[in-house]
Write a protein that binds this ligand. Sequence first.
Ligand SMILES: [Fe+2]
Length: 467
Amino acid sequence: MDAPRPRPYQPDGGLPARRVPVRWELAHDENFRRVVRRGTVTAHPEFHHTVHVEVPHLAPDRVFHYRFRVGDWTSPAGRTRTAPVSRARVSELKLAAVSCQAYADGYYTPYAHLAQDDVDVVFHLGDYLYEYAVNSVGNHRNYTDRTLPAVFDHETVTLEDYRLRYALYKSDPDLIAAHAAHPFVVTWDDHETENNYAGDTPENTVPPEEFLLRRASAYRAYWENQPLRRPQRPDGPDMRLYRRLHWGDLAQFDVLDTRQYRSDQAYGDGARLPGPAVDDPARTMTGATQERWLLDGWQASRARWNVVPQQVTFSQRKLDLNPVAKLSMDAWDGYRASRRRVLDGAKAAGVDNLMVLTGDVHVGYAFDIKDDFDDQASRTLGTEIVATSITSGRDGSERPANWTTYTTANPHLRFYDGRRGYVTVALGRDAARADFKTVPYVTRPGAPLTTAASFVTEVGDQGLKPA
Ligand SMILES: [Fe+2]
C-alpha cells in the first residue's frame, strides 16, 4: 500500500478523512535488530491523524528507539528512555528545562545544541507555541526560499488554527532533532491557548462560555500534538495536565498547571503595586484540588529531591527599588496567599530539597526561595531555576536594562541573564548543579552554545552557590 502523503499547512493535513493504520516498533538498538515490542495503532481523522502509543511494562531505566511505518513509508527513528522504578536507588539524573519558542522570533538553535547534549529527559515549561499571527512582520527567520503561507497570518482561535500552528512549529528541524533525541515532559503556559488567560477568563472581553470553546480547541490540539497519555486526553475545555513522575528514589516531579484553575489576575494584570487581593486566601494559582494533590504528594514523598516543573516565576520579584515595589500580577507574586500555602505545605511535609523549575519570562534566573522574601535572614526553603526562552524575545542581551534594578531589589536573585538558551540540572544524592546555557543570537542560524554560569545547591543546605 502506498502511504498517504501529508501536505503541511492544509486544513486536513492533506490526508483523506479515513482511518490510517500505523505500525510502530520499539527496539533496544537504533538499527531495530533487537525489537522489544511492536504493534499497530489507528490514526483517526478525528484526532488529526495523530497517534499516542502507550507501551506498558517496559524494563525500567533503559534507552529505547522507536519508529513508525505507514504503507511503504518508514519514519526516522526517535530515542527515548524509561525512568528507574521509584524504589530504586539512583545516583544521578540530568535534565534540561526549556520554554517559550516563538517561531518568528528566530531559529531554534538552542534545540540543535540540546539534541546533542547528554540529558535523560527534557522538561518543557510552556509557550510551546504562540497564538499570535505569524507573518512577514517581525519575522526573524529567513524565508527567501520558502514563503510563509498566508494561513498563519491570523491569531489562532479554531481547532484548525491550533492544529496548523503545531504543524508549522513541528516542521522545524532543530525541534524535530531535540524530540528525536530525548523524551519530553511537557506542561503548558498561556500562549498555547491565549496570552495571560486565567481559568475561564480570557485576556479580552469575550464572555467565558465563548472563551471555553477556544480553550477546548487549544487543549485538544495540544494533546494531539504532544507526548501525553490517556489520562491527559481532554474532555471539552477540561484537561488534567498536572501529574506526578518519579525518577527512582532520587526525584519526585510534581508537574503543575497554573493556568487552567487560577483566579483572574488582580488589578487588571501587568506590573502593579500589591493590594489586598494578592493576599486574599480566596484567590488561587492552582485551584484547591491541585493544591491538595501537591501537598499530599509531598507528605507521601520519599524522594531526595522534590522538583516542581511549572510555568510562572515563583519567587518574589520586585520590579523597582521603591519600598513597596510593583510586582507581576500574572506570576506567583500576584497570588501571595496561594504561594504561602504551598510553602507552608512544603515545610509541614518536611520537604528539605525543593527545586522549582520555571519558564515564561524569556530570561534566565536563579533564586533562593526564602521563607520570607522580605527577610533575607529567613530560612532558604529551596531553589528556583528559571529557564530562558528558546527564541521568544529574539536575541536578547546578557544584561538587560533592568538588570541592576532587579538584582538590587531582589537579593535572593542570584543570577540573571537575558539571552536565549536552556538550562541543564544534574541532580545527585549530595547536591544539584544547574548550568545556564546560552547562545549569542537566534535571528541568524548557527550560533555557538556557551555556559553562562553554573550553581550548586547541597542536600540539607539549600541555597545556590557558584559552582
Ligand atoms: Fe513566553
